[in-house]
Design a protein around this ligand. Structure first.
Ligand SMILES: [Zn+2]
Length: 108
């Protein structure tokens, strides 16, 4: 369960930014192909987190050279365009794992 290690890094960064102020909420942007499991993230947050965990799931997309646009792909599908079937490994989204914001309690 590498989610625990990932979140240990996240909470460490959030605490560093927060200083002495309590953390109310941490928001993460997580791609559906980033290799982390949503449920495991919430479970790990119970162990190492502080405040509320907010996850924004980013659907995986590939750029299709035939359609000349990004197409959303199912996380379990092979890397082919869902519209025309052209093989493409040009993954544009879905590997995100980043902090979008941290809400802190206001100073007393
Ligand atoms: Zn296509």
């Amino acid at each position: 369960m590498h989610e625990l290690g990932l979140l240990t890094g996240v909470i460490g960064a959030a605490k560093k930014a927060a200083g002495d102020r309590p953390i109310l909420r941490v928001a993460l942007r997580v791609g559906t192909r980033s290799g982390v499991v949503e449920d495991a993230l919430y479970a790990a947050w119970q162990v190492v987190g502080e405040g509320e965990l907010v996850l924004e799931l980013i659907p995986a997309t590939v750029f299709c050279p035939s359609c000349a646009c990004e197409q959303e792909i199912d996380e379990f599908f092979a890397l082919t365009c869902p519209a025309c079937g052209t093989p493409t490994a040009d993954l544009r989204h879905g590997r995100e794992f980043e902090i979008t914001y941290v809400d802190l309690a206001t100073d007393p």
